[in-house]
Design a protein around this ligand. Sequence first.
Ligand code: NAD
Ligand code: TYD
Length: 353
Amino acid sequence: MTILVTGGAGFIGSNFVHHWLASANEAVVNLDKLTYAGNLANLASLQNDARHVFVQGDIGDTTLLPQLLAQHQPRAVVHFAAESHVDRSIHGPMDFIQTNVVGTFQLLESVRAYWSALAAEQQTAFRFLHVSTDEVYGSLAPDAPAFAETHAYEPNSPYSASKAASDHLVRAWHHTYGLPVLTTNCSNNYGPYHFPEKLIPLVIHNALAGKPLPIYGDGMQVRDWLYVQDHCSAIQRVLQAGRLGETYNVGGWNEKPNIEVVRTLCSLLDELQPRADGQSYATQITYVKDRAGHDRRYAIDARKIEQELGWRPQETFETGLRKTVAWYLANADWVANVTSGQYRQWVGQQYGA
Ligand code: NAD
Ligand code: TYD
C-alpha cells in the first residue's frame, strides 16, 4: 500500500512523512515543487529508505499527476502543498491563488479521474485528505467562543481566502462527484523544520543572531499553538477513521498572545544558550508596524476530533516549545542553509534593513 503526500518537503509535510514512516509500514510518494519553502534537507535521513519516493513537481501538472497516480496506485492522497505565509500573501497574492486555488482544483481533477477508474472496492477505500487552517474562519472577539466546525467562513488575508477557496472546492468535489474527502482545519503549528519566516523560528533565529525580535502592533494578537507532531498524529487519525465529507478542527487548547510566546522563547534561550553579555534575549524585543488586516484572535474548539476519534495533543506548550528550541540549537547548519540567498531578500523586503 502507498499514500501520496503533496508538499512533503515543507514544514508540516516533512514532519508528517517522518511520522508516517515511523508509525505505519506503508510507502510514501512525496510530490513537492521545492519552492523556497521546500527543502530536501528535511528528508535527508530518508535517503536510503526505499519506502520514500521523492518526486519534484507541481500539484497543478496535469501530465505528471495522472502518470504518478497510475504508476504508484496510492490508496490515499494527503494534500499539504500550499503557499503558507500570510505576510508573503500580502506582498504577492498571485502565487497563493495559483497553487492554493488553481493547483488544488487541478489536483482534485487528476485525483478524480484516477479514483473514478478504480475497482469498486478500492474506490470505497480511497481517501483524499485536505490539510487546511483555522484562518479560514477569520478573527474572533476576545470573549467569543473558539472556532467550531460550524463557524462561518470569514477569511481576511489573501492566504486565508485562498485556503478557504480550496476547502470549498474539496467540499464540492465530494458533494458533486462523490470523491471521498476529509478536511482538517488546524491552528498554528511549531516544531522542527519550521521555516524562519514564521514567528517562532524567526524569533529563535534572530535572537541567536543578535537581531531585533519584531513584534507586530501591540503583540496582543492571540494564536492557538500546536506542536507539529500532534498535528501529524491528528491527520493520521482522521485519515484512518474520519467520516467522509466531514471537517475536523485540530488545536492545542493553547491560546497565547504573541508577546507571551516571544517572552517564553527568550526565557528558554536564556536558560539553554545564555547571551555572552549576561543580558536576557528579551532586550532584543522590538515593536514594529502592524501587519495589514492582522487577525486579532484564533482559537480552536477541538471537541469533535476528541469525541469522535479520540485524538488529543500529547505535548503541552511548555514541553513542545522546549523541544523546539533544543532542536534549533542542535541544528544550526539547517538554519544557516535555509537563511542564505533568497531568505535575505525576503527579510529585507518585510523588515527593512
Ligand atoms: P510550508 O510553506 O512549510 O510548505 C509548503 C510545501 O509545499 C513546500 O515544501 C513547497 O515546496 C510545497 N509547494 C508549494 N507549492 C507547490 C506546488 N504548486 N506543487 C507542489 N508543491 C508545492 O507550509 P506548511 O507550514 O508545512 O503547511 C502545510 C499545509 O498545512 C498548508 O496547506 C497550510 O495551509 C496548512 N497549515 C499550516 C499551518 C501552520 O501553522 N504552518 C497550520 C494549519 C494548516
Ligand atoms: P505567523 O507565524 O506568520 O503565523 P500566522 O500569521 O499564520 O498566524 O505569525 C504568528 C503571529 O505572530 C501573527 O499574529 C503575526 C505575528 N508576527 C509578529 O508579530 N512578528 C513577526 O515577525 C511575524 C513573522 C509574525
